[in-house]
Design a protein. Sequence first.
Length: 162
Amino acid sequence: MSVSIRLSRGGAKKRPYYRIVVADSRASRDGKYLEQIGTYNPMLPKDSGERVKLNEDRARHWLSVGAQPSDRVARFLDAAGVKERAARNNPKKGEPGEAAKERAEEKAAKAAEAEEARKAAEEEANTPSQAEEAAVEDGPAAGEGAAAEDAETAGEAEAKAE
């Protein structure tokens, strides 16, 4: 007969209360058990001493006989210092799903495009255009040429008007 240390639920609907029991592993959750070794009331605050009550001597006895604790009871036993529990590691638990990864990639691509566009706009604003550079290099001669062009267009306009 394999024996387990587990929780047996009691209490009303949405008001759970558990007994920590030693039971045959084949027995139903709330069914027949060999011995009750403690209680667990999840409705109490986490720092309350009444939340988990455990008879440590009986727990040690059943563990020495070969009883296997459930995950939750193993946590209680570890907190009480009765049995050391190995920490579990599931690195994939916090990893986002496929759709979330795709959305993150799209967002990163859009951000990279926006950054490139911003840099290009800054460079364009900081560097003077070729026409401005030519005007600065030519100096007053460029201004005279523009005035001559204006005179020619004014003369052409008068000729068309007549």
